[in-house]
Write a new protein. Structure first.
Length: 143
C-alpha cells in the first residue's frame, strides 16, 4: 500500500495527458474543417496523432486524401505542410523542424494509429503527391 499514492498520482497524470490529447485532437479537427471543408465537400479528419507540440492528421475529402503536419504555439495549432506517405518518413519530419528523436516517435505513432484503419482509407491518405508548405503567419490568415 505504500505505492498507492504514487499509483494515484500516475493515474491522475495519465488522465490529464489523455484529456489534453483529446482537446488537441478536437482543436486540430476543427481547424482543418474550418479551413478546407466546403458545403459540397465534407472533410473527414483522422486519425490525429499528437506528440508534444506537433501532430500529424490524416484527412480525406471526396476521392482525395493526405496527411497534414501541424505545429502548436501559444496561439494554437497551425498547419505547417501537407503531404502523403512522406509524412511517415522521419527525414521529412526532421526537415520540417522536429528533432531526430521526435521525428522517430511521431513516425512510429502515426503508423501505429493508422494500423487500425481500413486499408482503403490508408491508401487514400497516400494519394497526396509531393510536399506542400502551408505554414503562414497566423496574423495574415484569411487575407
Amino acid at each position: 500500500m505504500k505505492f498507492a499514492p504514487l499509483l494515484l498520482l500516475l493515474g491522475s497524470l495519465s488522465t490529464a495527458v489523455l484529456a489534453d490529447n483529446a482537446a488537441d485532437q478536437q482543436s486540430i479537427e476543427h481547424l482543418m474543417r474550418h479551413t478546407w471543408e466546403r458545403p459540397d465537400a465534407a472533410l473527414d479528419v483522422g486519425p490525429v496523432t499528437v506528440e508534444g507540440e506537433h501532430a500529424v492528421a490524416g484527412w480525406t475529402q471526396g476521392q482525395r486524401g493526405g496527411r497534414a503536419l501541424l505545429s502548436k504555439s501559444a496561439s494554437g495549432w497551425r498547419v505547417v505542410l501537407c503531404a502523403g506517405d512522406s509524412l511517415l518518413d522521419p527525414a521529412t519530419l526532421r526537415s520540417a523542424g522536429l528533432t531526430p528523436e521526435a521525428a522517430g516517435h511521431m513516425s512510429q505513432a502515426v503508423i501505429q494509429a493508422e494500423s487500425a484503419l481500413p486499408p482503403a482509407r490508408v491508401k487514400q491518405l497516400a494519394l497526396f503527391k509531393g510536399v506542400m508548405q502551408v505554414e503562414q503567419d497566423p496574423a495574415h490568415q484569411g487575407h
